[in-house]
Design a protein around this ligand. Structure first.
Ligand SMILES: Cc1cc2nc3c(=O)[nH]c(=O)nc-3n(C[C@H](O)[C@H](O)[C@H](O)COP(=O)(O)OP(=O)(O)OC[C@H]3O[C@@H](n4cnc5c(N)ncnc54)[C@H](O)[C@@H]3O)c2cc1C
Ligand code: FES
Length: 386
């Protein structure tokens, strides 16, 4: 009996064979390029960066800039507005925090990250008080979607910054002014007092030298002699400062409170959602104050989280599940730590979590019980699968 090639029986097999023959004859043979795509991807998006602190610049009483150079001689390119997630090993816990790159993407020798102290903050205090020149740090490669898109954003941009939320804007402002790009930027920068304003002198200087960049500080607790704009960034103030808001693209960045305050103000101006882009700098200070938080669950309630195939750990209601996992020595992939990138996607098998507004869980993920552990707060005992 002759051996039969059963592939001949597959529908469309002959056509595919014919196509392969044509490709062999006329197309570029890509077998020799094997690995090229991987090499390019690894060059642009390495999994981990080894960095050395080359300089530390005191910015304000509560913030410093860390100038980071590559320990192996290469930093991947980035878009102004992106961040790196810096890893730390502290008190036996491996954790990380994202920090926006404040330097311009046209500067390829280093990344500047500017860190502001957070009261009782786990990582910011470590970076500000312990890290010195010559120290090594590891981070993810640059990531994030908070950057300018020339196809959709037009060239009239308004940046609303609060506190350390100035950092991604600083990168964008430096890029536009250094490269002489055709974009108009108005920066409205909210700060408690003028001395607390990071990059104030440089912003004033750039605004003076570049007609397409306007800098407007707004001080909420001004000293008696202060003569500039005071209070908060309200719809009324924006209307007064900007002749026409219609053709503008708004970017909002800062702590949670700023975002909660400014978005309704932009609504009052009639700004459609598609003309407002936002980046929130980390989880809310007090999750129990968020709209929708169940009043019966108290801040210091502690639940049990059983990890399928692993151990059972305690988890406080007011801390993201990711922090409870890290405290227990379990690290899962992470990048944004703000609910956006999906890297910490975890399956919730039973129990209930609270995920604040703005956490970008895909509809299909919600349907199949996936949560973003960096922004999921336990409301009951849980069982999860990592
Ligand atoms: C995209 C993005 C970009 C950002 N860019 C900047 C920037 O340019 N500059 C800047 O200053 N900030 C930036 N942030 C905020 C930054 O990532 C941190 O949230 C901020 O520095 C506060 O971190 P922290 O660890 O000091 O404080 P927290 O995380 O708020 O710590 C608060 C409390 O939690 C406890 N805690 C937290 N984690 C642990 C743990 N693993 N184990 C034990 N205890 C813990 C601490 O003891 C403390 O009581 C950015 C955030 C995002 C999302
Ligand atoms: S780390 Fe990005 S969504 Fe959780």
């Amino acid at each position: 009996m002759t051996k039969q090639d059963i592939r001949q029986q597959i529908e469309g097999y002959a056509e595919i064979q014919a196509e392969i023959e044509v490709l062999r004859k006329y197309a570029h043979d890509r077998r020799a390029d094997r690995g090229t795509v991987d090499r390019v991807i690894n060059l642009l998006h390495p999994k981990e960066l080894k960095l050395t602190v080359s300089e530390i610049i005191e910015e304000t009483a509560s913030s410093k800039t860390f100038r980071l150079i590559s320990a192996d001689g290469y930093l991947p390119p980035f878009q102004a507005g992106q961040y790196i997630n810096i890893f730390v090993n502290l008190a036996g816990i491996r954790s990380s925090r994202p920090y926006s790159i404040a330097s311009s993407p046209s500067q390829t020798a280093y990344y500047d990250v500017t860190v502001r102290r957070v009261e009782d903050g786990f990582v910011s205090n470590y970076l500000l008080d312990e890290v010195t020149i010559g120290n090594s740090l590891t981070s993810t490669s640059p990531a994030g979607l908070f950057y300018y898109n020339p196809l959709f954003h037009g060239n009239n941009l308004v940046f609303l910054a609060g506190g350390s939320g100035i950092t991604p804007f600083m990168s964008m402002i430096r890029e536009v002014t250094d490269r002489g790009l055709d974009r108009n930027i108005t920066l409205i920068y909210g700060s408690r007092d003028p001395d607390d304003m990071i990059f104030k002198d440089e912003l004033e200087d750039r605004a003076q030298r570049h007609g397409n960049f306007t800098f407007i500080p707004v001080i909420s607790e001004p000293p008696p002699s202060y003569s500039g704009h005071t209070g908060f960034i309200t719809a009324e103030l924006m209307q007064k400062l900007l002749d026409d808001v219609k053709d503008r693209m708004f970017y909002v960045c800062g702590p949670e409170e700023m975002y909660t305050f400014c978005l309704p103000e932009l609504d009052k101006l009639g700004m459609p959602k598609k003309r407002v882009r936002q980046e929130v700098f980390g989880p809310p200070k007090d999750i129990t104050m968020e709209a929708g938080w169940p009043s019966e669950v108290k801040k210091d309630d502690t639940f049990e989280v059983q990890i399928r195939g692993g151990k059972t750990i305690p988890a406080r209601a007011d801390e993201p599940l990711m922090i409870s996992l890290e405290r227990a020595g379990i690290t899962i992939p992470t990048s944004c730590r703000s609910g956006e990138c999906s890297l910490c996607r975890t399956k919730l098998l039973s129990g209930e979590v609270f995920q604040p507004r703005g956490v970008k869980v895909r509809k299909s993920d919600r349907q199949f019980g996936y949560i973003h552990a960096c922004m999921a707060y336990p409301l009951k005992d849980l069982e999860i699968m990592l």
